[in-house]
Design a protein around this ligand. Structure first.
Ligand code: AQP
Length: 333
């Protein structure tokens, strides 16, 4: 345990999880666990979810469902620390200290803030602006070395690094400087209706995403409706972004390179290709869905997992927090 590198990652329960979350994040985590060289902390970041308005009942269900999906996808609670962010108060405590060590300018440059605030008009929550600092706190509390993320989160990770280095320079070495870990082929799964934009769980058009819990007939329908092009040939190129995205999806699930798929479908049309893509997704997701439903029907098992996870996480997080508080000049409790 002592010599293992620390990994931290999380997903916010702001909507039902998509295939993008699964292939860009969770599937990677499972692989990392099998490497057996890492000490992994996987969190359901419910405090991030409330940066946009949530219905409390849905947030409660989704928080547990995200945890159930982690476990169903193969992340073993015995080998990893699985917990809910709001159960470890150190996250919000460190976040305040780091907010006071961050600049308006750097936070204002975050693309996700710019995108989301552009849609928000007059009533943009301040949490949307400061959320990358909370994410930095999540990562830095565990002396994380590696953060498996999709491409969309790289900018936030860079910010976490900047904040950590600034703090270390001002107060002496406190935080490890984290690195990103991106799975190239699944780094950005795109929207099925608009393949120029990433697949997102909070999208208004449900045809743009596949949910991890979507039933087979819905998956078939969504894939058959996915936007393609008029070329009519399965090529892996930026000129055919819809097809490229479907190749990435199929390739990531099957663990094969895009070129192999292009070769396989050289003599086939889009209809055949799409049919197979749908079936590959369905066979990947079906066992996960069954296990999620099992876990959600008996919450006791989940409760034991998140409670013991929060205890383990708090122990590690509080060690870092105590150092930080001492260094900035707070009186020890
Ligand atoms: N389309 C995607 N392709 C690859 N990876 C993705 N991730 C999200 N979408 C894709 C990765 O999933 C992890 C958790 O993300 P998150 O839910 O905490 O935040 P997000 O990136 O903002 O995800 P969404 O689905 O777009 O949520 P909303 O719509 O609520 O903002 C991260 O590792 C992310 O890279």
């Amino acid at each position: 345990m002592e010599n293992k590198k620390v990994i931290f990652s999380g997903i916010k329960p702001s909507g039902d999880l998509t295939l993008g979350n699964y292939l860009g994040a969770i599937k990677n985590w499972v692989k990392l666990q099998d490497d057996n060289q890492y000490d992994c902390f996987y969190c359901v970041v419910d405090m991030h979810a409330i940066t946009v308005k949530q219905t409390p009942k849905d947030l409660r269900r989704r928080t547990l469902e995200v945890l159930a999906i982690y476990i169903a996808a193969g992340i073993e609670p015995e080998k990893n620390t699985l917990f809910i962010q709001s159960h470890v108060p150190a996250h919000s405590e460190l976040s305040w200290v780091l907010t006071c060590n961050s600049y308006m300018g750097e936070l204002g440059r975050m693309t996700q803030y710019k995108d989301k605030s552009a849609k928000g008009g007059e009533s943009i929550g301040a949490g949307l602006f400061t959320y990358p600092v909370l994410m930095a706190s999540d990562i830095l509390l565990y002396q994380t070395e590696l953060v498996p993320v999709g491409k969309d989160q790289i900018q936030h990770l860079e910010l976490a690094r900047d904040i950590a280095m600034r703090f270390n320079n001002a107060y002496s070495d406190t935080f490890k400087i984290p690195e990103g870990y991106v799975n190239k082929q699944a780094s950005k799964i795109m929207d099925l209706q608009n393949p120029e934009k990433k697949m997102s769980k909070s999208d208004e058009n449900p045809n743009g995403y596949i949910l991890i819990m979507d039933p087979p007939e819905v998956i078939r329908k969504k894939i058959s409706r996915a936007v393609t092009d008029t070329v009519g040939k399965v090529n892996y190129t930026d000129d055919q972004p819809g097809i490229k995205n479907l190749i990435n999806i199929m390739g990531t699930i099957r663990g094969v390179k895009p070129e192999e798929i292009v070769e396989e479908y050289a003599d086939k049309g889009y209809a055949d290709f799409k049919k197979d893509v749908a079936e590959v997704i369905i066979s990947e997701l079906q066992p996960i869905q069954e296990r999620v439903n099992e876990l959600m029907s008996n919450k006791k098992e989940l409760e034991e997992i998140y409670k013991s996870g929060a205890q383990k996480a708090s122990y590690v997080a509080n060690k870092t927090l105590r150092k930080v508080m001492k260094k900035v000049g707070f009186i020890p409790r």
